[in-house]
Design a protein around this ligand. Structure first.
Ligand SMILES: [Zn+2]
Ligand SMILES: [Zn+2]
Length: 299
């Protein structure tokens, strides 16, 4: 049984924004075994394990949502502070709450490339934006890698590193006893995925990363995606089929000698648009990503 509860909290920002824009809702979904998915109405999904040993949180979201995320976990953990945090990768919407939780005593873990990437950020060519370099409590202090295990609250969390996928430092987390997986941004459920080529992501690596999750999942596995609703193995399989087909179509046009504009004009993903297009990764940006991944060029 999945129980959901809605915890609302006002973000503490004194701005001229309308009140409704400042309101952060955290929806808490009970996955059993002391595991919860915490979803905000404005960004991606946090996972937590709560129990006798303490609170283990996967991803910390944006800084301004951290108080609401913390309130939501405290509502199910008996008002305990977070003890351990794992960042699934280096993107701001997964790490910018780190300092908030570190200040309360949490130890932050991530793949070694996350710390380097946060200290020395690169420009995302897709958007032209460069994140601010981070320091202090924002930075993970414990390196974890493929094969490592976190044992907490009677559960074992197996960490899997998938190289060159969404970034170069993605880790997905498998709670085998509970049959729950946090996929990080290896799953944008029902949306075109963001594949961060500037931080070491690749299309083939992303597909392999999704397949690695399918390989350890079964039809009953509850999968927390980086973005989107609570998902299943079938959602991953649909995304693998779509992305594999999308790459093959762009590859065929590149093989005919078309440049980026000509590929865009050919609209190879037109029939995927209604189902997969969304605000950040539009159909045009998905084509751009595939073209750049295949050719190394951006025009
Ligand atoms: Zn990401
Ligand atoms: Zn994300």
């Amino acid at each position: 049984m999945i129980r959901t509860a809605l915890v609302a909290s006002l973000a503490l920002t004194a701005t001229a924004h309308a009140q409704s824009e400042n309101q952060v809702y955290v929806e808490t979904t009970d996955l059993g075994s002391g595991l919860y998915m915490l979803a905000t109405n404005q960004a991606g999904n946090v996972g937590v394990s709560v129990g006798e040993d303490g609170v283990f949180m996967i991803d910390t979201q944006m800084e301004r949502f951290a108080p609401a995320i913390d309130a939501a976990q405290r509502a199910v953990s008996g008002d305990r502070a977070v003890d351990q945090v794992l960042n699934t990768h280096l993107h701001g919407d997964h790490v910018l709450g780190n300092a908030y939780f570190a200040e309360q005593g949490a130890v932050i873990m991530a793949h070694p490339s996350v710390r380097d990437g946060l200290m020395n950020p690169v420009t995302a060519q897709l958007t032209g934006s460069t994140p601010e370099p981070l320091s202090g409590g924002y930075l993970p202090t414990v390196d974890v890698n493929d094969g490592d295990v976190v044992t907490i609250n009677g559960l074992t969390a197996h960490l899997h590193h998938t190289p060159a996928a969404h970034t170069n430092g993605d880790i997905f987390v498998v709670f085998e006893d509970a049959n729950v997986i946090h996929a990080g941004d290896l799953l944008f459920s029902g949306w075109f995925p963001y594949i961060d080529l500037d931080n070491g992501g690749t299309v083939d690596g992303y597909i392999a990363g999704m397949q690695a999750i399918v390989d350890v999942a079964d039809a009953d596995t509850q999968i927390i995606p980086g973005h989107g609703p609570l998902s299943t193995e079938a959602d991953l399989e649909a995304s693998i089929i779509m992305l594999t087909e999308a790459k093959a179509r762009v590859q065929a046009l590149v093989d005919q000698g078309l440049n980026l504009q000509q590929v865009q004009d050919a609209a190879p993903l037109a029939d995927f648009h209604d189902d997969w297009n969304w605000g950040f990764i539009t159909t045009e940006r998905m084509v751009w990503t595939l073209y750049r991944d295949i050719t190394g060029e951006t025009e």
